[in-house]
Ligand binder design. Structure first.
Ligand code: SF4
Length: 233
């Protein structure tokens, strides 16, 4: 499995915000989101790309996680669910009794051991710039898989996290959720698209009332508050 980084930090988003966790960032994601903050982790590496990551077995990854001695582990990316060995990795981690979160865009399904499937379906605000034609084509091909999201929420404890940029996004979220009536409102998190606290607070002013109206949860990005908008390794 190609790994970009393994580090410990606090979970900054979602229902387990604040929990000290080991983060395992796997390489590779077929999407090309406009706001991607982990561009360095989305290319699928080749055997010669040792400068961007390391090719580790699930056993080696679990060994490194164990050394950091935290009860929670977050498998993130890139897109962790695309990896063929994700099942084996989650089984090993569960054998050591970890609380496992998987952060995914909800475009791939896999049989995994997982305590929280944190799904972030992509809205049209994630579409890359029209000038990047190859990126747009690839992104459009993969970005919306509601049938996969339905399967994931049917099988796993989940949260559904939407990145919200403008008030128009709220209508798009409502339309998306109309197709998934089984989703429990409290599991729906609306998170502002922001890279600084000021922008986040501005957007919170119109996102929070919408959450209150629909029984959703507002999801601040606490890692920006705690650490600023920077890579944490
Ligand atoms: S799904 Fe995540 S890792 Fe992939 S391009 Fe979008 S923001 Fe980046």
């Amino acid at each position: 499995m190609w790994v970009r980084e393994i580090y410990q930090s606090r979970q900054g988003e979602g229902i387990w915000t604040g929990t000290y966790s080991v983060f395992v960032r796997l390489l590779g994601c077929p999407l090309r989101c406009s706001y991607c903050d982990t561009v360095y982790a989305r290319n699928f590496p080749s055997a010669s790309d040792f400068d961007i990551g390391a090719d580790l077995s699930p056993e080696e990854i679990a060994g490194r996680v164990l050394l950091l001695d935290q009860p929670h582990v977050v498998l993130t990316g890139g897109e962790p669910m695309h990896s063929k060995e994700i099942t084996q990795l989650t089984k090993l981690l569960k054998d050591f009794d970890y609380k496992i979160t998987i952060e995914t865009s909800g475009i791939f399904h896999a049989d995994v051991f997982c305590d929280l499937m944190s799904i972030s379906p992509k809205l049209s605000n994630a579409r890359p710039n029209e000038n990047q034609i190859a990126d747009v084509k690839q992104h459009d091909e993969y970005c919306s898989k509601p049938e996969v999201v339905r399967k994931l929420i049917g099988r796993y404890n989940y949260q559904l996290k939407f990145v919200v940029d403008t008030p128009q996004d709220l209508d798009e979220i409502d339309a998306y959720l109309d197709k998934l009536p089984e989703v429990i409102p409290e599991r729906i998190l609306l998170m502002p698209q922001a890279t600084d606290v000021k922008t986040m607070d501005e957007k919170a002013k119109w996102i929070i009332p919408h959450c209150e109206l629909h029984g959703f949860s507002y999801c601040p990005r606490m890692q920006i508050v705690w650490y600023g908008n920077k890579q944490r390794t």
